[in-house]
Design a protein around this ligand. Structure first.
Ligand code: ADP
Ligand code: ZN
Length: 494
């Protein structure tokens, strides 16, 4: 089987990312695998490709409906038959999925863990004879992790009820303890384990202790620095989310907000507007983000200390999934420490409390130590990088960028002027926004930012030339090729 040809045909990429090919080959060989790969590393391709290459069914267990739908719609764009089954679907839609399933037309079926635990699900699934199971966000199975989901425990039934189907577990964040837990809970059989580095070279970790006033000033500067780009701002409380969003709007930044107390409709529209690129800045509590895989987030800004390094790594890690440079900015103050301590003091269970103290000390070390931030993160996750000692990008390796350094400049009102430095890119982005809306998908599902830039550099004029552009495979070219060439022609004229 020529996996490179499949990579080219469906994804439009020429080379695999580290470990991807080995993982795909292991799954195809019928082995259990456990994969720890950072956000943006390219995990989805690892479990999607074996299904496409073998023409068989893969059942993906994933914790969030939004995440499943996003993946299914991305696969549809690649010309791959994928579907989601969840409780909020209409009867008719569900019937449609079953029809395809029993005709063996589906390559990927996304299910929630709750759904899988229902007896009838196991029965009809057995009739579909799935080739293998993929468990996404596998750390949710462990109580030692920071996102424990009791319903994940039910996944133990996979091994018992489908003894012949290999299981592939994926996670972006797992300490050694959590990794062991994943293997034993899922009853993996001599799994091949793949751990790629936690170092994400495109992320610049920038940490600064600042007073409340300074936080506000630096936040405005950060947003000005990332003008016209997607940004997430995390605040510790709902009150602060609302105050911060209001402050930004007063200053001329159109910022949206998101938290658990917002009604469901508002939450959805805010999320959609941000995902669509109608607004650049989202201010949220940690409720915002799980399942958000917008590839072109250029900065994630924290306005207080996170509770654990895992939490920080995962939230900050939402920046730069597309592999292009992005900033992870952590602005903290001594007051944050008091808040964390009082939170831990309230915990009653001793084991919980001890674990919370350990995380607290690790967070404190992360911001106070003078060792490269990236290295500290790697070491926290049990990795000891040998090929490098400093990342060369974080504030400790490279110093703070000029715009983050102290000075007496007052915070200015941010003016969004029309003359964008790059009119051609802006033209492509605005075409993409409209075109995506017409096709009822998200802009990045049509083309990634990276591909837009490549198009402007290579300037293909024919479909044959278009297929040479990384990120555009024959499947996508067939679907959207004419429209892309037309939009490019217009953009190059501007
Ligand atoms: P993860 O689930 O590990 O966070 P994704 O599966 O979302 O990562 O992939 C992150 C990004 O990397 C996606 O935009 C994806 O299209 C891209 N990608 C994956 N594999 C490759 C590859 N071999 N070459 C180029 N880009 C890739
Ligand atoms: Zn560094």
């Amino acid at each position: 089987m020529d996996l490179h040809a499949t990579l080219r045909e469906y994804w439009g990429y020429d080379t695999f990312r580290p470990k991807q090919q080995e993982i795909v080959e292991s799954i195809l060989a019928g082995l259990d695998v456990a994969v720890v790969m950072p956000t943006g590393g390219g995990k989805s391709l690892c479990y999607q490709m074996p299904a496409i290459a073998s023409g068989r069914l893969c059942v993906v267990v994933s914790p969030l409906i939004a995440l499943m739908q996003d993946q299914a719609s991305q696969l549809a764009q690649l010309g791959v038959q994928a579907a989601v089954l969840n409780s909020s679907q209409e009867q008719e839609e569900r019937k449609g999925v079953f029809r395809k399933l029993f005709r063996n037309e589906l390559r990927l079926l996304y299910l929630s863990p709750e759904r899988l635990a229902i007896d009838s699900t196991v029965e009809w699934l057995s009739q579909c004879n799935p080739a293998y199971f993929a468990v996404d966000e596998a750390h949710c199975i462990s109580e030692w992790g920071h996102e424990f989901r009791p319903e994940y425990r039910q996944l133990a039934l996979l091994r018992d009820r489908f003894p012949d189907a290999p299981i592939a577990a994926f996670t972006a964040s797992a300490t050694r303890k959590v990794r062991h837990d994943i293997l034993s809970q899922l009853k993996l059989r001599e799994p091949r384990t793949f751990i790629t580095s936690f170092a994400r070279k495109n992320l610049n970790y920038l940490v600064r202790e600042s007073s409340k006033k300074e936080k506000e000033k630096l936040l405005l500067r950060a947003i000005r620095h990332h003008k016209g780009e997607s940004v997430i701002v995390y605040c510790p409380t709902i009150k602060l989310v609302e105050e911060t969003a209001a402050m930004l709007n007063d200053r001329g930044v159109s910022a949206l907000h998101y938290h658990g107390k917002l009604d469901a409709d508002k939450r959805r529209t805010h999320q959609e507007q941000w995902m669509n690129g109608e607004a650049d800045v989202m201010v949220g509590t940690i409720a915002f983000g799980l399942g958000i895989n917008k590839p072109d987030v250029r900065a994630v800004i924290h306005l207080s200390l996170p509770k654990s390094p895992e939490q920080y790594y995962q939230e900050a890690g939402r920046a730069g999934r597309d592999g292009l440079a992005a900033d992870c900015i952590l602005l903290w103050s001594r007051g944050d420490i008091g808040v964390l301590v009082s939170f831990i003091d309230k915990l009653e269970d001793k084991a919980n409390k001890d674990a919370a103290w350990q995380r607290y000390h690790a967070v404190k070390r992360f911001v106070e130590n003078d060792t490269c931030r990236m290295r500290q993160i790697c070491e926290y996750f049990g990795e000891s990088p040998k090929s490098w000692s400093t990342c060369g990008e974080c504030d400790l390796c490279n110093g703070l960028p000029e715009w983050m350094q102290k000075d007496d400049q007052p915070a200015r009102r941010i003016v969004y002027d029309a003359g964008v430095s790059n009119a051609q890119l802006a033209s492509m982005k605005s075409w993409r926004r409209d075109f995506a809306k017409k096709n009822h998908v998200l802009p990045y599902v049509i083309l990634h930012d990276r591909t837009l830039t490549e198009l402007l550099i290579r300037q293909p004029a024919t479909l044959d030339e278009l297929i040479q552009v990384p990120g555009i495979g024959p499947q996508k070219a067939r679907k959207y090729g004419e429209a892309i060439l037309e939009a490019l022609f217009v953009a190059l004229e501007t």
